[in-house]
Design a protein around this ligand. Structure first.
Ligand code: 5GP
Ligand code: ZN
Length: 117
């Protein structure tokens, strides 16, 4: 359970890179994506460094629950729980992941684009 010095999202957790925070608790941090792909585009990350979903040990699966709990809290707070939203977790190079610290995208606030890709 530690942070990695050269990881962008670990730097955001430490406050070394500024971010527009939406929600923070002891397990996760949520902040606005720098290049929004929808009216609301939020990233939710665990507050320790883990590269991707593919790197989760069986004993660490609760991380995904933490991310979804935060997602629903944000959906309630921002008012899109009923109108709908999309969650996306890109994994690895062929899964389109570009920042290698596990994160969940939340896209909402308007009709989100194509179903995949
Ligand atoms: P991925 O492609 O790995 O699923 O998503 C990485 C996301 O992180 C991208 O949507 C990108 O816009 C976002 N991102 C990259 N660097 C930063 C940053 O420094 N701050 C914020 N807020 N978002 C970032
Ligand atoms: Zn990290």
């Amino acid at each position: 359970m530690s942070l990695q010095p050269d990881c962008i999202f670990c730097k955001i957790i430490k406050g070394e890179i500024p971010s527009q925070k939406i929600l923070e608790n002891e397990k996760v941090l949520a902040f606005r994506d720098l290049h929004p792909q929808a009216k609301e585009h939020i990233l939710v990350i665990p507050k320790f460094h883990i590269t991707s979903v593919a790197h989760l040990e069986k004993s660490e699966m609760a991380v995904m629950e933490d991310l979804y709990r935060a997602t629903l809290e944000i959906a309630d707070k921002m008012g899109f729980r009923n109108t709908g939203f999309r969650t996306v977790v890109n994994t690895g190079q062929e899964g389109g992941q570009t920042v290698f610290h596990l994160h969940m995208h939340i896209l909402a606030g308007s009709q989100v684009g194509p179903r995949f890709g």
